[in-house]
Design a protein around this ligand. Structure first.
Ligand code: ISL
Length: 576
């Protein structure tokens, strides 16, 4: 039986600050805009906000490149504004998680400026500096073959001191060297700065990249490309758990919660080591597998079709692993780094959109773990449509990929068509579309007459908060109902046991599971149709006498002994 904790009962609403609410008409969302929407957020029934980075930054990676952890990017507001946000959330019984980006800084951070200034600067070792290598013809080469996650070499030559520095993301995001104790201490001071102001916890960005193999060895060569992943030497490295435990001591002083972003590390054993309760490390993680279900194993923009068997496998695995190791996990489908789950794992076709959005909401809110939703999910926001061309896509990851393919394939018509299809599904821009508040200009995100920082999806005319807020049958109405039920049945949905229903009973397009409360013995059966076809499911236990419908996105088809799920249908039954 899991021990209770506030962070297990949190339901988290992720806000991408640039895209939520522009209060001053500069085209960018801001902290006062968020404050103005607290009543709305609270009315949904969520109790925690995760804010993607709002700190001072040149914004080469939308704030994931921080130049000063203790001040706020001016267009977003000030430290005082953030204090108001924190205080107002607290007086509404809500909490705030900030994004802790400490695997790297911006190259405009003072630490990096000092570090790059000379080889003997005291902060030289706060980053990774290495001498060049030379090939047999005497040409200068990078210290190793690691590839940046955004493409190209992960090493960049600095003329002034004649050495390369490591940057696993953009060249302007140099990696911090966590093996340097002074660097760690400086970072902990920044963490305390925010905890002292009342922040309730952190989402830790690129968390498991913070410990690299000390020798920085060449990555395994898998093709004839000049650079190779190298992740086996920079993800979940040898000191990773020491660093986390050191940080955990600080978090404990404040009863702060942590959710670590885990790229690359996906296996049961390694993930468990971060979250097993007796290891005292992180409260929960984001395993990447759930957002990678339509990725090629080696590359995000490579194609692999989503199939419901994948979500069954991943869900069954983590739901069963966590109780086994006395650990906890997040439950999520969306974030700011990919396309909307509705468009990828459900359907945004007009005839299915509302049903599919409700089905995915049912998934998120009936599983054990802490649910994280991305702003806009509650109204069924979707990807940009296929009629948007390349100019609508501005994110550096997708653009780099597009340009790289264009370069190597010389604009081959079919190949470029493939790339565009992948961008239309998975570009990070989709997760960052301005929030659709109403059907006025700019979807009510920015005042009329301003140009929002990025494309407002033109479907806002039909899909917006105002048109759903008073309609209990809308996607928004369904989210509210589900959030209220999750709260009412905390013992069942948050803390209860999990048992998968056999694929033999449900068919391979349906994900089905049973939950049972340790406290009351009450049981729930959840059936989710991940296909656009009707599916007949035989479920032995829910006979009419024992079970009743708790919530569903369809009205008919629920009979003793079997349930006929409509396309993207979702049925949750509970024992009487
Ligand atoms: O590691 C990966 C693949 O397994 C990546 O998905 C990686 O986890 C991801 O790119 C990290 O993202 C985070 O850090 C980036 C930032 O651009 C993203 O927005 C952020 O979520 C660099 O800070």
């Amino acid at each position: 039986v899991p021990e209770k904790a506030w962070w297990k009962e949190a339901v988290v609403y992720q806000i991408y600050p640039a895209s939520f609410k522009d209060s001053n008409g500069d085209g960018l969302g801001d902290v006062p805009g968020i404050i103005s929407k607290i009543p709305y957020i609270k009315s949904l029934g969520v109790n925690t906000i995760w804010l993607s980075p709002i700190f001072a930054s040149p914004q080469n990676d939308m704030g994931y490149d921080i130049s000063d952890y203790r001040s706020i990017h001016a267009p977003y507001g000030t430290v005082e504004d953030v204090q108001v946000l924190i205080d107002q959330l607290h007086s509404n019984d809500m909490r705030l998680l900030m994004d802790l980006v400490v695997n790297h800084t911006s190259d405009e951070h003072d630490w990096f400026k000092e570090s790059r200034s000379s080889k003997d600067n005291p902060k030289r070792d706060w980053y990774f500096w290495r001498d060049p290598k030379y090939d047999s013809e005497g040409n200068r080469k990078e210290p190793n073959n690691w590839r940046s996650i955004f493409g190209g070499s992960a090493w960049h030559f600095d003329e002034q001191t004649g050495q390369y520095y490591l940057a696993l993301f953009l060249p302007s995001q140099p990696d911090l060297n966590w093996s340097n104790e002074d660097m760690r201490k400086a970072s902990y001071d920044d963490i305390r700065f925010w905890l002292d102001r009342g922040v309730d916890g952190f989402r830790i960005d690129s968390m498991n990249l913070m410990s690299k193999h000390p020798d920085l060895p060449d990555g395994k060569v898998v093709d004839d490309e000049p650079y190779q992943s190298g992740a086996e030497f920079f993800a979940s490295g040898p000191k990773m758990h020491d660093y986390i435990r050191e940080m955990r001591a600080i978090f404990d002083e404040y009863d702060a919660m942590t959710v670590g972003e885990l790229g690359f590390t996906k296996d049961e054993q390694s993930v468990s080591e971060y979250v097993a309760n007796d290891r005292h490390e992180l409260n929960m993680v984001f395993t990447g597998d759930i957002v990678d279900m339509d990725f090629d194993p080696d590359s995000k923009y490579g194609r692999d079709d989503f199939h419901p068997r994948k979500i069954r496998h991943i869900t069954n695995m983590w739901q069963r692993v966590m109780p086994k190791v006395n650990g906890w996990n997040s439950v999520y489908l969306d974030n700011h780094d990919s396309g909307r789950s509705l468009s990828r794992y459900g359907s945004d076709a007009p005839e299915h959109r509302s049903t599919a959005a409700k089905m995915l909401a049912t998934y998120l809110l009936t599983l054990s773990g802490t649910p994280f939703m991305l702003a806009g999910q509650e109204i069924g926001m979707a990807n940009l449509g296929k009629d948007y061309g390349t100019e609508a896509y501005i994110d550096v990851e997708g653009r780099n990929h597009y340009d790289a393919v264009l370069k190597t394939r010389g604009g081959d018509h079919f190949k470029m068509g493939d790339v565009m299809r992948e961008i239309q599904l998975k570009s990070r821009d989709h997760g960052r579309l301005p929030m659709q508040w109403d059907d006025s200009a700019n979807a009510g995100f920015s005042p009329e007459g301003t140009t929002p920082w990025m494309t407002v999806n033109k479907d806002y005319i039909d899909w917006n908060v105002a048109s759903q807020v008073d309609d209990p049958d809308s996607v928004l109405g369904y989210w509210r109902k589900m959030l209220a039920l999750r709260k009412e049945y905390t013992d069942l949905f948050t803390y209860g046991s999990y048992k998968p229903l056999s694929e033999l009973d449900t068919g391979e397009m349906v994900l089905g599971y049973e939950r049972e409360s340790f406290e009351t013995g009450k049981r729930a059966v959840v059936l989710l149709n991940f296909s656009d076809k009707e599916q007949k499911v035989h479920v032995e236990s829910p006979s009419r006498e024992e079970y009743e419908v708790l919530v569903s996105n369809q009205e008919n088809g629920i009979k003793a002994g079997y349930v006929t799920l409509e396309p993207y249908g979702a049925v949750t039954l509970v024992s009487k």
